[in-house]
Design a protein around this ligand. Sequence first.
Ligand code: SIN
Ligand code: MN
Length: 281
Amino acid sequence: MTGIDAARPSAGPAPLTAEMEADYHRDGFLLLPADHLPADLLAELVAAVPGILAQQGPQRVLERDAVTVRSVYGPHRTDPVVARISRSAHLAGAARQLLDDEVYVHQSKINLKAAFAGDQWEWHQDYINWRDRDGIARADLVNVTVFLNEVNEFNGPLTFIPGSHRYGLLDGTDTDGMPVGYEDGPNWMATLTATEKFQVDRSAIRRLAEQGGLVNPKGPAGSVLMFHPNVLHASSPNLSPFDRAMLLMVYNGVHNAPRPVDNPRPEFLAEREIAPIALSV
Ligand code: SIN
Ligand code: MN
């Protein structure tokens, strides 16, 4: 993977190179160089995180211990800094390039994965929820993740099976009922916890990992990681003494807007205002 072009226009970030685009389409993920996001934007974002984590309401999901914050959903709707960064050419522009469409944010979240207590994410593909729960017809979305701490081998990095997105949605078992620790929660909570509701067949995970291997992109705070909604991914609990906070924004192409569904999820999980982002620098 090469760096961003040296001849960066002063009006904004350089587009992804053809090689970066090819890497993304081959592997299903792409880690951008650590200087992709300007330092002042990162500093503003990091400063906004404590306020977002302190939000009260159903958009804040706790770990099984019922104490530690696991995720806060929808900060692009509630926090002015995240709202602005979600429109930046550095992030929305890259999403637009990969999707070859105008984009909007379908979902955003901060996953804290707190030191000592941040729990796992089991193997899964994201698109099954966006298709079956939110009525999105095609897997033409992309996750754009900003590391808010250094991500290393100790604090529960996202782990991918390269190339697994090219097989579409894989077979598995949709489990019923609520996960342990969330028995009294609303139905939508079942897809947000350490126990995946849809369990991809382990034989498929093993076969794809034997073919493609496992990769866990690591880097300093500010690194930007993009990944495909069908790439198989997971992350381990964080036993280290260091948080692993990430902002994840899911951009969807405006031509792939959700269709009406029965029992729509709350707006902090599935955006219903479909307005193409006008890029800011
Ligand atoms: C993680 O934060 O490690 C998992 C996020 C995801 O599955 O999208
Ligand atoms: Mn996921």
